[in-house]
Write a protein that binds this ligand. Sequence first.
Ligand code: SF4
Ligand code: SF4
Ligand code: SF4
Length: 370
Amino acid sequence: MVNITIDGKPIEAREGSTILEAALENGIDIPHLCYYKGLSRTGACRLCGVKVRIGDRWLNKTGHAPQSMHVTACTTEVGEGMDIVAHDSELRKARQLIIEFLLAANKHDCMVCESNGVCELQRYAYELGVDQKNLRFPSPEYTEPVDDSSEVIIRDVNKCILCGRCVRACYEIPVQKVLNFYGRGGIDDFSPKMNLIAGFDQPLGQTNCVSCGACVQACPTGTLSEKPAHYKGRTWEFDKVRTICPYCGVGCQMELWVKDNKIVRVYGCDDAPDNKGALCVKGRFGLDFVNHPDRLTKPLIKRNGKFEEAGWDEALDLVADRFKDLKDKYGGDALAGLSSAKCTNEENYLFQKLIRTCFGTNNVDHCARL
Ligand code: SF4
Ligand code: SF4
Ligand code: SF4
């Protein structure tokens, strides 16, 4: 541990952690957009600029009291005796300017944006008092077409602040390397010529994207959003339910966003030791079976070639009698059981016990192996 102070508050920080991590772990929010827990450090957005002094030396290129040469808290590791100023009027002005640039460089319409309410750009614009109607810089005239070629992701680069979180998420979580930046920013006219592209500047649906949604979860704005969730509810209307993915043996922890008893969005829990926020396509976008109209909720028995609804006792007695007949006639090894990943571990344990002890066979398997 190393001893530092942030805004006069003494803190014991983990050695090797950054100033931003130390601040966040101690309940101090330093505005940040490009930092995302678990991804590599980049220092792209500059919003987390702070002033750092060790003894009488300032930590920046000049070594003197900083005017605008602030140190990025997300890339600077803590050091013994650091005295950090994270909030003052000068830093606030610098942050307002950054937010103003970001708002001017893009086209934002929070009214119909899926991120309204959880958007980090919106949050900092509000907290720093930056009014979108009174920006000092011109906004681009053009609008990029919205990319809805993916089955599950909508990409609207008009809202992209080029923070790079999605790029690093795609490189570092599924390691698909689908997303990247193309071009450079404008110099004379403020027009952004740098953009987020997929593949070789293709529609996302035509790239090697595996639809894991790691980029969507990492995006601080509404640039990347879940297609199935569009217009299904505002962010503040959802109940949040923490649970475990039913599909495979990894047991990823997830948070379901539920409205009207329907699962609308799914996020990986970044504090879960097994998945650290990551999910695969099944966990993130494959839970619609829960509310699917074809899902069986009552047992059916086929009579005269037609399925008819039946009670559980009747259905289970019928199944037990038929299995017993088969076992008596052909032996236990004529039977087999295939269990489902959508059951709990306890249910699967009971299932294999049933097959081994009642059916008398080791012919038992589980669909997560397929
Ligand atoms: S990305 Fe954020 S700021 Fe932009 S329209 Fe959506 S909610 Fe508003
Ligand atoms: S969904 Fe996954 S694979 Fe596709 S671009 Fe996003 S992070 Fe990459
Ligand atoms: S799409 Fe989102 S995460 Fe990716 S660079 Fe743009 S704002 Fe950042």
